[in-house]
Design a protein around this ligand. Structure first.
Ligand SMILES: [Zn+2]
Ligand SMILES: [Zn+2]
Length: 339
């Protein structure tokens, strides 16, 4: 799976979760369930406290309390202990301890400890004790309404200062888009907006300096933002690694030197323009004269004493013969193509 495919699916999943949650929150907070049991006080208090899905689970247990058969009870100071068994099955029994001063119920089935919702045995005791609401101690906070926004018991999210700044920058930038689009159609709006931007930029920069923010400001910051190695956050494209046979990013090839004149002029030994003279070890006089005339003309035109076919030594022009003798020094000569 590609990274962008993953991010798209991830966004979709998150959006689905948020939608489901807000739907559940809406149902819990803005609607009331129809009370169906014969104990509307207890059922009503459960509907008030718990979220809707949890309420349905709790109501199931509230209905089951009618199936319990009392196996007697005992009293010890402020505490009462009730024993129950299920209708039709006497072999299992439960024991519920009721602390009257604390209004606390502890059942041996441990449903409240494991799932966080009061069990049928607790409801039975509530009925016997004549309670008209579920005691606080039998409500676990995580199933109650409004717990999703109070964020109880969770570590508070501390936003990174730089991340906050980045997020704000992005938000502001994108919220300008609409304004800029419409303003770009009208002359007066365009001018107004530009003046406003200039004014606010100066004002905000002064404020920024007054409040003592360090750094070089916008220009430097945007350079850092684009520098991959200095970024510590955000999503980047993967690094492109060069593989075998990938010559797209290779440096430009070096120009080949001519094997004859040692110049990088784009010709080779076979097509070398100087080759025709190389078979003479002694340079013939006509060629020398031509060279001399050419270079004199050139030196007057360009104002330099050097030419390709020779050099000035003192006041006399000494032409350099091409061929086997000139090869050693020929490499340092300027190439005709570079002129
Ligand atoms: Zn129980
Ligand atoms: Zn050549």
């Amino acid at each position: 799976m590609r990274l962008y495919e993953f991010v798209r699916s991830f966004d979709l999943a998150i959006a689905w979760l948020r939608h489901t949650e807000s739907k559940a929150v809406h149902t819990s907070e803005n609607t009331k369930p129809v009370l169906t049991t014969i104990l509307p006080e207890l059922e009503g208090s459960a509907a008030e406290v718990f979220t809707r899905n949890v309420f349905f689970m709790v109501r199931k247990h509230l209905n089951r309390q009618g199936l319990l058969i009392s196996e007697g009870w005992s009293e010890d100071g402020g505490n009462r202990t009730y024993y129950y068994s299920k209708y039709g099955g006497h072999e299992i029994s439960w024991r519920v301890d009721y602390d009257r001063s604390m209004e606390k119920l502890i059942c041996s089935c441990m449903k409240f400890e494991s799932k966080g919702i009061p069990c049928a045995h607790m409801f039975r005791v509530m009925v016997v004790e004549g309670m008209n609401r579920i005691p606080e101690a039998c409500i676990s906070k995580r199933w109650t309404k409004g717990v999703h926004c109070s964020n109880n018991g969770m570590k508070e999210f501390v936003a990174d200062e730089q991340l906050t700044q980045m997020a704000r920058y992005g938000t502001l930038k994108s919220s300008c888009n609409t304004m800029c689009y419409y303003a770009s159609y009208m002359d007066d709006a365009f001018n107004d907006l530009q003046q406003m931007f200039d004014k606010h930029s100066v004002d905000l920069k002064e404020k920024w300096i007054d409040r003592g923010y360090g750094g070089d400001g916008f220009a430097m910051d945007s350079r850092v933002r684009n520098d991959r190695s200095r970024r510590t956050f955000g999503l980047l494209d993967p690094r492109v690694s060069r593989c075998k046979g990938d010559h797209k990013h290779a440096e430009a090839k070096k120009k080949r030197k001519c094997g004859h004149c040692r110049l990088q002029a784009g010709h080779n030994q076979r097509t070398c323009p100087y080759k025709k003279n190389s078979h003479n070890t002694a340079v013939d006089d006509d060629y020398m004269e031509n060279c001399l005339d050419d270079s004199l003309e050139k030196s007057f035109e360009i104002g330099t004493g050097c030419s390709d076919s020779g050099e000035w030594r003192g006041q006399a022009f000494v032409p350099q013969p091409f061929g086997s003798g000139g090869r050693d020094t020929g490499g340092q000569q300027r190439s005709p193509g570079e002129r």
